[in-house]
Write a protein that binds this ligand. Structure first.
Ligand code: SDX
Length: 435
């Protein structure tokens, strides 16, 4: 009897037919349940880049790429950006609900109290060259956190999972700021528990012992917004890396370090740094046309960085919010005539009118304007992806907690289509042909 909610697949070679159950979610496309497929048919599914593959079930973030919708635990990103704070969004992503007054106070106090790192961790930095990319330092130092916290590595213990999540959330800004100070040869700045999360982060990044930092409320709000908008994004490359690394029951610090490595690539979180380099290379509005033509040329590897997205085939809602914030921050810093911002606005206008970009539904993504804002508040380009990794840590650890807590959680182990040599016998060295 054919199941109502199913898809029948027939192997025309043998005439064998199988029904695959269709499972519907609360929003967005349903899925075909392939768990029995290999057993029944002896075939794997092949989907390089996972364009048609759902790797897991999740309650955390929903994206509708066609409509440009992003929900964190059901709340629209526009409403959170307008009304919430990064720490409140962290509570929401990790626990599933917005905190009440007491919960918010308790959570803020706990995170604030754990912002320092073990003093011995500072030795790790001195092993790096001064000109090391800060992301190289982040991958190493975050992975090393597990060597200090043996008291919270029982990942099957919900309390240990919570303590590790809190430690990562509290210490990532400190580790990030230390990586920047080290690269500048400036003294390390310790956390200041009298400041808010984002104000403390900016203070550790921008202040020096000989003079207090000039951090304005607009800069703090801009940093908090950037952190909020980058907090989670369903099963992107770095989150999928964290899930896969964590599925082997590696400790959360190792899994997050793997995610930082994946985020670093220019096709992913490294794009924000690449956008600034691209805008600087374009140099002036009248050179935009040349670069747009290069981006369209299939024989030229140049891409418009900050454009296009695997899921969004509409304007990335985060880019829309960041574009507005860029105006506000540049106005506050009296830099509305910022040449790179002018190039970015004109580049977006030209690309949006060009058939190549329109037909491929290539719009600005989260990385297109975030660098403009970070530059305006004094963050150097090589720290943009580090800031992204600080922001995304809550998304990674929330998805890791969701995976590890799942009943029947199994190690992720994809198969392959083998196209190599068939079995062949060893040839002794003396008998091998000289080519
Ligand atoms: C992030 O997944 C997430 O959620 C990621 C992220 C998150 O929050 O975690 O949103 C963060 O990583 C945003 C993306 C940042 N990356 C960039 O801005 C780099 C530039 N973008 C491209 O590299 C690309 O758009 C990707 C990697 C983002 C998406 O690549 P896809 O989905 O594999 O798309 P594709 O390469 O199949 O492109 C389809 C077509 C191709 O042309 P044709 O072969 O059809 O002729 O569009 C073209 C591509 O050549 N294309 C571009 C382009 N992006 C795609 N052409 C010029 N410039 C671009 N930026």
């Amino acid at each position: 009897m054919t199941m109502a909610n199913s898809l029948s697949i027939r192997d025309n070679r043998s005439g064998k037919e199988i029904e695959l159950p269709i499972i519907e979610g609360t929003e967005g496309p349903g899925v075909l349940d392939f768990t029995k497929f290999y057993k029944e048919f002896g075939l794997f599914t092949l989907d390089p880049g996972f364009r048609s593959t759902a790797s897991c079930k999740s309650d955390i973030t929903f994206i509708d790429g066609d409509k440009g919708i992003l929900l964190y635990r059901g709340y629209p990103i526009e409403q959170l950006a307008e009304n919430s704070t990064y720490l409140e969004v962290c509570y929401l992503l990790l626990k599933g609900e917005l905190p009440n007054q007491d919960q918010c106070g308790e959570f803020t106090k706990t995170i604030t109290k754990h912002t320092m790192v073990h003093e011995q961790m500072l030795n790790f930095y001195r092993g790096y060259r001064r000109d090391a990319h800060p992301m190289a330092i982040m991958v190493g130092v975050v992975g090393a956190l597990s060597s200090f916290y043996h008291d919270s590595l029982e990942i099957d213990d919900p309390r240990h999972r919570e303590i590790s999540a809190y430690r990562l959330l509290a210490k990532l800004p400190t580790i990030a700021a230390l990586s920047y100070k080290y690269s500048k040869g400036q003294p390390f700045i310790y956390p200041d528990n009298s400041l808010s999360y984002s104000a403390n982060f900016l203070n550790m990044l921008l202040s020096v012992p000989c003079q207090p930092s000039e951090i304005s409320p607009v800069m703090v709000k801009a940093m908090d917004l950037i952190l909020m908008l980058h907090a989670d994004h369903e099963q992107n490359a770095s989150t999928s890396t964290v899930r896969l690394a964590g599925s082997s029951k590696a400790n959360p610090f190792a899994a997050i370090s793997a995610g930082i490595g994946a985020l670093w690539g220019p096709a992913h979180g490294g794009a924000n740094e690449a956008v600034l380099s691209m805008l600087q290379e374009i140099g002036s509005v009248d050179r935009i046309g040349t670069f747009v033509e290069r981006a369209k040329d299939p024989n030229d590897s140049f891409r418009l960085m900050g454009f296009g997205h695997r899921v969004y085939k509409n304007y990335d809602p985060r880019a829309r919010i960041l574009k507005k914030a860029a105006h506000e921050v540049l106005a506050d810093r009296d830099r509305l005539d910022d040449p790179l911002f002018k190039i970015a606005l004109e580049l977006e206008r030209i690309a949006q009118e060009d058939e190549y970009f329109k037909s491929r539904k290539l719009y600005p993504n989260v990385d297109f304007y975030s660098g403009i804002i970070q530059s305006a508040i004094g963050i150097p380009t090589n720290m943009f992806t580090v800031i992204f990794s600080v922001a995304r840590t809550i998304g990674w650890i929330s998805q890791w907690v969701e995976m590890i807590s799942e009943k029947g959680q199994a190690i992720g182990r994809p198969r392959q289509l083998y196209t190599g040599h068939k079995k062949r016998d060893y040839v002794p060295l003396a008998q091998r042909k000289i080519l």
